[in-house]
Ligand binder design. Sequence first.
Ligand code: SF4
Length: 290
Amino acid sequence: MIEIAEVQPPGVDRFPVRTPTPPAQPDALSREILALKKELNAVILAHNYQVPEIQDLADYVGDSLGLSQQAAKTNAEVIVFCGVHFMAETAKILNPNKIVVLPDKDAGCSLEESCPAPKLEAFQATNPHFYTITYINCSAEVKALSDVICTSGNAVKIVQAAPQDRDLLFVPDENLGAWVMEQTGRPMTLWRGNCYEKMVHFCKRSPARAIIIATEAGMLHRLKKECPDKTFIPAPTENCRCNECRFMKMNTLEKLYDCMASLEPRIELSTQVMRRARLPIERMLEISAR
Ligand code: SF4
């Protein structure tokens, strides 16, 4: 089995995370959460799109894969993943022996929902030459059916590295797949899935220097903290029809406290799914490190 440390040399941060600055005067609930964290020997990982008060209490803030890698390195016994369900699952796949909890078990993802594993399996059966490239926003069961995982940041590289003699199937994000096809010139069959708020991806990717920031509000909080001398003005664009991910915002400080106090809801996956789902993640890490 490939260890993440082997494919990501020290000092090379391919999926950046940041350590937030805790608030100078945390409120009572925040103080209780921090005390509980110490008592449990827990690490709190918060996705970029979490509400500001959760980001402020986290040990690390970043994207789903960066956070999972952070989780794989930690000595903490409990991983509290403040994000959506598939992200907490990815942390569990990479840390099968640790307890992984998330504040709200219903914090799902419309993109994940657009690709149920049984439907994907049935579609794969129609072509034995399919090589399935799967965007990380999917369930553990879908990861287990995949040949390789990708993120928006490495999708082009992953597709370029795909075997030439196979028929590429890209799931579940149709828009990302179409963009990658354009960049690589590799024809792919695209799964007809999409996100209800296709926004952050396009705003971050834009090379324009003079752009009014049209992104998810949690990202604005991060940008303001990292660039305190700048002004960020939230505004919707053609590609960013929604300014909020309602699933991400289901996590609250109260739910964060409750999940740590009860160690529920907990991510449970079968050993078989975890073992199978880890392989395409490791393949992605290998390709990314080349
Ligand atoms: S923004 Fe869209 S793709 Fe991302 S977690 Fe929310 S629903 Fe899923």
